[in-house]
Design a protein around this ligand. Sequence first.
Ligand SMILES: Cc1cc2nc3c(=O)[nH]c(=O)nc-3n(C[C@H](O)[C@H](O)[C@H](O)COP(=O)(O)OP(=O)(O)OC[C@H]3O[C@@H](n4cnc5c(N)ncnc54)[C@H](O)[C@@H]3O)c2cc1C
Length: 404
Amino acid sequence: MSSNVPVVIAGSGPVGSLMALYLAQRDIAVVLLEKEPELPVDLRASTFHPPSLEMIADLGFGVIEEMLEKGLKADRYQYRDRRSNAVASFDMSLLEGETRFPFRLQLEQYEFTRIVNDKLAALPHADVRFAHAVTGFTQTDDYVDVEVATPSGEQVIRADFLVSAEGARSCIRKLANIDYMGFTYDEKFLVISTDFPFEEVFDDLSWVNYVSDPEEWCVILRTEKIWRVLFPTTPETAADEQRLLSDEFIQERLHHLWDKEGDYPIGHRTLYNVNQRVAETYYQGRVLLAGDACHINNPLGGMGMNGGLHDGNNLAAKLARIINDGEAHTPLFEHYNRQRRDLAVRFVQEHTIANKKLMEASDEETQVARQKMLMETAADAGKARAFLLERAMINCVRDSEALA
Ligand SMILES: Cc1cc2nc3c(=O)[nH]c(=O)nc-3n(C[C@H](O)[C@H](O)[C@H](O)COP(=O)(O)OP(=O)(O)OC[C@H]3O[C@@H](n4cnc5c(N)ncnc54)[C@H](O)[C@@H]3O)c2cc1C
């Protein structure tokens, strides 16, 4: 029996938190290191797809119950055409029988990490340390020495395995010289939150809406707290962040969406780069990558955090088999790489790139054909079900789990 800590996880975002709970619950000692002094609260993912909800439900501990109580159930979502006012509405109840959760749950990701971290605090096998940043590591065939900057100076923790759930800027991935292949789009995305009641001005608006428009597409979605609108910006204006984040620009965009009297109340505003990137491998020896540390994509379809949760669940199950059942680690890590990198990420990258192309096509002919295709698909129960099985990530999780 080794005296090393079995698992050290860097990063208490959604992926690191989920993994820590999975392992601690199976009596595996886990140290979860978070560089920030407390859990970050920022406007990021807000959609939980059905397979993620199932994995979270299987964790137990009342996490799913708290999420369902706090979140907003989106039992349909829409593709709306501003020019013709046509609406293709996808009814998620068509997924009944395929999943225990035939809806998207709209809930800020920081609410999820808060709920999970509250549970971790009560588990003897979970050791969560804030203001602890992983700064380096060295590994041998038998262990990993994890270097950590703490408020009381540098520390080294010897672990059997180190997981980077540090997000897109993972220092562990960089130190391991693992390439993060892909590209960054020329334009940025602008996300604005407002408590203006869009549901009162747009007819029959659902909680998640992809809106096409001859001049500018956008996504309007409701979290459990507030409406959020996502606009693309143009590559030409990308450098002028001050203007893109100005009241004047934001009010203009929102008034273009709905020309109300007076200014919109604005909550948060965030401008961010949009990437499509995948790490060349998800593991190196005893060091593993999960979540944004090994893949990022544009947010259309809400697949980033969800894909990361699916990585975390898959990897935690394998670590439990290695630590509790004595299985060899390399074949299981190879399997993780095949299931999650080769298959699941290919799916997410293809879908998110296609979703963006679908939204941004601006010539009239393509817009009309796109809306027609979506309306026909939504109106046919068989086609709509097949569409939802893909978009709700049910197929990709099934295919990934089935891969030997
Ligand atoms: C504006 C925006 C909108 C988004 N919208 C969506 C959406 O609608 N749907 C969706 O599915 N996804 C969305 N995403 C993506 C989603 O937020 C990410 O996929 C998700 O946060 C990834 O989770 P993670 O746990 O891998 O990483 P993160 O959430 O980035 O968490 C990483 C954690 O690691 C910590 N950390 C970093 N380095 C270290 C270190 N060296 N040592 C210790 N701790 C460290 C960080 O402080 C952080 O707490 C969005 C992202 C952005 C930026």
